[in-house]
Design a protein around this ligand. Structure first.
Ligand code: MG
Length: 374
């Protein structure tokens, strides 16, 4: 008898808002896929907990507009590509992009976790084995107002052995001159032998402003400029990529191989950044990575969430010959630092996948109890 899925449980988490800039990890959503053999797979998506709950728990509307739980219960969790396609088809009207794919991503990651536990191997073995024991990491932090404090933060990362740092969000991206002072102070503090990246979260808005800012920052030798423009401005991206001397990065907001195929061909980024918890999970990330590799585009996954995301990302990355860098959030949100017992961490600037079966993550019951909202 085949193993069957018995339930898809959605766990919403929220940390009371602290007195600081937002975007540090206030909420989270975890899914647990249960089976009749007692194996439980864990996944997450970096998305809105309430929206994800609705997409998973919604009752049957019609055959192309189903809740994901109903589409999955009673099916074999080990046939992951079949499950992926069925979820995609069952949510044709409400899914296919955006939050529908976010919800599928969380479930897909949980299915890979179940398969690894069932076969008693780490997920990277299921992906065909690993090309890397570990990979270098870069640290991402949300900047504060004081350029000196941001410089100190970057120096700490360098001293911990990381090879690069990125900052963006909060007040950053609205004032080219003030931001330039911050970048200058950080560059001066870390010296020349350290990569720096900035993240604009689309805030420059227009090609004209973005090209002016990039020119203004040319002396700081940024390793990439991330999301200088909104994700749908492919023409703007393409003009920047073609004419700027700095690498242009983007893609964290995109879902499915279809959106990435368009982005790669029309926006022509130098670095593409799918988020494994949003783009369609591990299954879709592999397809996207094949597209990027075929076009010679560097893929460095986006990752700014819990230890579940970090584990899924590093299992995927070590299975890719071309992988060369992993993002590690430096946020101190308890959801990021403490949701998982024994989280993936940076050791001498590098990250290695857990050795256990599946994703190799165990949720921390105290953290769940403290912040669970549903
Ligand atoms: Mg970003």
């Amino acid at each position: 008898m085949a193993m069957l899925i018995t339930d898809v449980e959605v766990v919403g988490l929220r940390v009371p808002a602290p007195d600081r800039p937002n975007e540090w990890g206030e909420d989270g959503v975890v899914v647990r896929v249960h089976t009749d053999e007692g194996l439980v797979g864990v996944g997450e998506t970096d998305s809105s907990p309430e929206v994800i709950r609705a997409l998973i728990e919604a009752p049957y509307s019609h055959s192309t507009c189903m809740g994901l739980r109903e589409a999955l219960v009673g099916t074999n969790p080990l046939h992951i590509r079949q499950r992926w396609q069925e979820m995609y088809d069952a949510t044709n009207y409400v899914g296919r992009r955006g939050a529908g794919i976010h919800a599928m991503s969380a479930i897909d990651i949980a299915l890979w976790d179940i398969a690894g536990q069932y076969h008693e191997v780490p997920v990277y073995e299921l992906l065909g084995g690993r090309f890397h024991e570990s990979l270098p990491a870069y640290g991402t932090f949300i900047p504060v107002r004081s350029p000196a404090d941001n410089a100190a933060r970057a120096v700490t990362l360098k001293e911990r052995g990381l090879r690069a740092a990125k900052f963006g969000g909060a007040e950053f991206g609205f004032d080219i001159e003030a931001d330039g002072e911050t970048i200058a102070r950080v560059r001066e503090a870390v010296g020349p032998d350290f990569d720096l990246m900035i993240d604009l979260v689309g805030r420059w808005g227009t090609h004209a402003l973005a090209s002016k800012a990039i020119e203004r920052y040319e002396d700081y030798r940024l390793a990439w400029v991330e999301e200088p423009l909104p994700p749908d401005d492919h023409a703007g991206y393409a003009r920047l990529s073609e004419h700027s001397r700095v690498a242009i990065a983007g893609g964290e907001a995109l879902t499915t191989r279809y959106e990435f195929a368009s982005f790669l061909s029309a926006a022509k980024p130098h670095v593409v950044q799918p988020d494994i918890t949003r783009c369609g999970g591990i299954t879709e990330m592999v397809r996207i990575a094949d597209l990027a590799a075929m076009q010679g585009v560097r893929l460095v996954p986006h990752g700014f969430s819990t230890g579940i995301l970090n584990a899924a990302t590093i299992h995927f990355l070590v299975s890719r010959p071309e992988a060369d860098l992993m993002e590690m959030s430096q946020s101190d949100s308890p959801l990021f630092t403490s949701l998982v017992v024994d989280p993936v961490t940076t050791q001498e600037g590098r990250v290695a996948p857990p050795d256990g079966s599946g994703l190799g993550v165990v949720l921390d019951d105290n953290t769940l109890d403290n912040y669970r909202i549903f």
